[in-house]
Write a protein that binds this ligand. Structure first.
Ligand code: GDP
Ligand code: MN
Length: 399
C-alpha cells in the first residue's frame, strides 16, 4: 500500500527523522492559512499524488510553459496562486502515465535552502533476504537515470536482521555520501532512525529523494515515498487508515473486495485464470502470439460462482478489453462452478467481445455442457496454445 508524501513525512517525524515543517491543505484558502503558520520567507507548494516526478511534471489544463507539481513561493499570495493552479487539475509525470492524476491535496512546506542533494532508500532485498540501504551522491534525479548513466555512483549496504542496525552501517552511509564532522554524525542517527521506522512499520520501500544538506548544515528529508507490505497492515491500523482509495485503480479495489488477485495491465485481452503460475503462463503465451494481456487475474483455488461472476464483470467493464480468455485448470476449482459464474455475469452485464474458454480438469464435461446449453457465443479451445491463438485471432492479432 502506498501513502502520500505528507503522510510519509508524518510517519518519519514520529520516529525523530528530520523533515521540514509543513501542513496539509485541500483548498486555496487553506493553503494560504497553512503558509501563514510557517516561518517563510520561502514556501514550497507540493501536489500530493501517489507518483513521483512531480517537480518535472506538467498540468494538463495549464498547457506548455506552466510550472510543475512542486513549486517554490516567496509570499503567501504566491502560495495561493500556485494552489489555484494545482488543485483540481491533472498532473502528468513520468510515473503517472499519460492520463495523469488529479491533485486534490497540497502539502505546504517551509522552504529549504539546498547545499547538496543525495539519494537514499531502504528496501526489502529479496536476493539477500535483508533490508538494504541504497545511497548515491547524485540526488534529485531518478534512480533509474543514475543506474543507467553512472551505476558506480550507487552504493548498497544490507543489514543483518540478527544484529539489526549497527554503527558501521551509519558510517558506511556517511562515507558513501562523502559526509564528515557533524554531518556524518547526523547521518549516523538518521540511518538508525530510518531503519527503525522501516522495520517497525513493515515498510516495503522507503525512498528519500532528495535527502539534502541545507545551507545551515542540516541533513533533512525533502521528499519521502513509502510503501508498506499489505500483508502486514492488519497490525498497523494507523497506516491502513492513511489509504487513499482515490489514488488506486478502481478495478483493483473492486477485485480486492472479492479477494481476487487482480492487476490492471495495458493490453487488450482480458484474462481469467486460476492459479498465479497458470496466469503468468497465459499472459506469456498471449504475448507469444503477438497480443498483450489487459490484466493479471488469479481467481484462486476455491472460488465460488459469485467470485467468478465478480471477476468477469471487472474484466468486461474495462473499455480496453477487446476479447476475453478464460483458462481454467480444475483441480480444487471445479469447471462447472466457473461456467455458472460466467453465465451469471454475462446475463447481468452482457457480452460484447469475443470469449474463448478453455476448461480442463475436475467436472470439465459438466462445465462444457453448462456453457453449451447457455447459448452463449463462446469459442471453445482444447488447450492453452489453441486458446491463445484463438483469442489473438479474434481480437485481430497484433495490438
Ligand atoms: P518529486 O519531483 O515528485 O520527486 O518531488 P520532490 O519532493 O523531490 O521535489 C522536486 C524537487 O523540488 C526536489 O528535487 C528539489 O530540487 C526541489 N525542492 C523541493 N523542496 C524544496 C525546497 O524546500 N527548497 C528548494 N530550493 N527546492 C526544493
Ligand atoms: Mn523526489
Amino acid at each position: 500500500m502506498h501513502i502520500h508524501e505528507y503522510q510519509a513525512k508524518g510517519v518519519l517525524k514520529s520516529f525523530g527523522v528530520p523533515v521540514p515543517e509543513g501542513y496539509l491543505a485541500v483548498d486555496i484558502e487553506g493553503a494560504g492559512e497553512m503558509a501563514a503558520r510557517l516561518p517563510g520567507p520561502v514556501f514550497v507548494v507540493k501536489s500530493q499524488i501517489h507518483a513521483g516526478g512531480r517537480g518535472k511534471g506538467s498540468f494538463k489544463e495549464l498547457g506548455e510553459g506552466a510550472k510543475g507539481g512542486v513549486r517554490l513561493a516567496r509570499s503567501i499570495a504566491e502560495v495561493r496562486e500556485h494552489a489555484a493552479e494545482m488543485l483540481g487539475n491533472t498532473l502528468v509525470t513520468i510515473q503517472t502515465g499519460p492520463s495523469g492524476k488529479q491533485v486534490n491535496r497540497l502539502y505546504v512546506e517551509d522552504g529549504s535552502q539546498i547545499e547538496k542533494e543525495f539519494y537514499l532508500s531502504l528496501l526489502v532485498d529479496r536476493a539477500t533476504s535483508r533490508v538494504s540501504f541504497v545511497v548515491s551522491t547524485e540526488g534529485g534525479m531518478d534512480i533509474e537515470t543514475i543506474a543507467h548513466d553512472t551505476p558506480e555512483k550507487i552504493l548498497t549496504f544490507s543489514v543483518d536482521p540478527a544484529t539489526g542496525i549497527l554503527p558501521h552501517h551509519g558510517r558506511a552511509v556517511a562515507k558513501a555520501l562523502e559526509l564528515d564532522g557533524d554531518l556524518a554524525k547526523q547521518a549516523h542517527t538518521l540511518v538508525a532512525k530510518l531503519y527503525t521506522a522501516f522495520t517497525a512499520k513493515d515498510m516495503e520501500m522507503l525512498e528519500i529523494n532528495p535527502l539534502i544538506v541545507s545551507k545551515d548544515g542540516q541533513l533533512k528529508c525533502l521528499d519521502a515515498k513509502v510503501s508498506f507490505d499489505s500483508n502486514a497492515l492488519a497490525r498497523h491500523l494507523d497506516i491502513f487508515e492513511m489509504r487513499d482509495e482515490s489514488e488506486e485503480d478502481a478495478k483493483e479495489i473492486e477485485a480486492s473486495k472479492y479477494d481476487l488477485s487482480y492487476i490492471t495491465l495495458d493490453g487488450s485481452i482480458g484474462c481469467m485464470v486460476n492459479g498465479a503460475g497458470l496466469a503468468m503462463a497465459t499472459m506469456d503465451i498471449i504475448k507469444f502470439y503477438g497480443a498483450e494481456p489487459a490484466n493479471f487475474l488469479d481467481v484462486g483455488g476455491g472460488a465460488t460462482a459469485e467470485k467468478v461472476a465478480a471477476a468477469f464483470k471487472i474484466i468486461t467493464a474495462d473499455p480496453n478489453v477487446k476479447g476475453i480468455l478464460i483458462n481454467i485448470f480444475g483441480g480444487i476449482m471445479r469447471c462447472d462452478v466457473i461456467a455458472e459464474g460466467v453465465i451469471t455475469a454475462v446475463k447481468e452485464v452482457g457480452l460484447t467481445v469475443p470469449l474463448v474458454v478453455r476448461l480442463e480438469g475436475t467436472n470439465v464435461n459438466e462445465g462444457k455442457k453448462i456453457i453449451a446449453a447457455s447459448g452463449l457465443n463462446v469459442i471453445p479451445a482444447d488447450d492453452l496454445d489453441d486458446a491463445a491463438q484463438k483469442i489473438v485471432n479474434a481480437v485481430g492479432g497484433l495490438n
